[in-house]
Design a protein around this ligand. Sequence first.
Ligand code: 13P
Length: 249
Amino acid sequence: MRKHIVAGNWKMNNDLPETQDLITSLKRQKQTSNAEVMVAPTFTNLWHANESLRTTPIEVIAQNMHFAKNGAYTGEVSAAMLKSIGVTTVILGHSERRAYFNEDDTILTQKVNAALDHEMRVIFCFGEELADRKANNHEYVVQQQISNALFHLSASAYKHIVLAYEPVWAIGTGETATPDQAQSMHAFIRQTLAAKYGEDLANKVSILYGGSVKPNNANEIFSKPDVDGGLIGGASLKAEDFFAIVNAF
Ligand code: 13P
């Protein structure tokens, strides 16, 4: 049975007092599902969030990291730094990192390797743009994003990999992939993994959907057999909405 995961990506939102308020509200929520729950605050609030949520089942994760161990990389944060404050999961390859910070397959490969070298878990994001989908090229684009950054890995590395399909046209737009579009892409992703590593491995990797998941659509999206959870942006900034999604399983 694959793990169900619901992760909140807070992006560049919430200063420290706002983070404290959101954490207070999160602690008041009641979880009725079996999903693993994670939140990803910005770097400055990671330590505080991790300390505050230590007594809860909510895992605090990072939104990004650099691939180098340390050194002259002004403004960057390493895997070792994250681990030193108890953060052991990192989101890599988010479309906003790809689009605004020029993170390409080569950089992402290095980041994935660095995270795994530090025994971190990776939530690896990818997804097509609207033009790709209109040109009916979405499966090819996704297949390339996955194979270019991940297919050098050994099968055993996948114990530490979670995939997150986030079609760019559905992020922050209020437009979501239909449950059938999500299912069809997730099934394709699983087939792509199976072709390379075999069905057994493919059936064990959790594949999350991200892109305008809200309390009113989570249930239908999560009901699809190959959708194992969600990566939630906007709706994760309100504790009630986030837990309505967590409990949609
Ligand atoms: P929204 O839920 O705001 O569309 O964001 C999705 C996302 O980018 C999560 O990483």
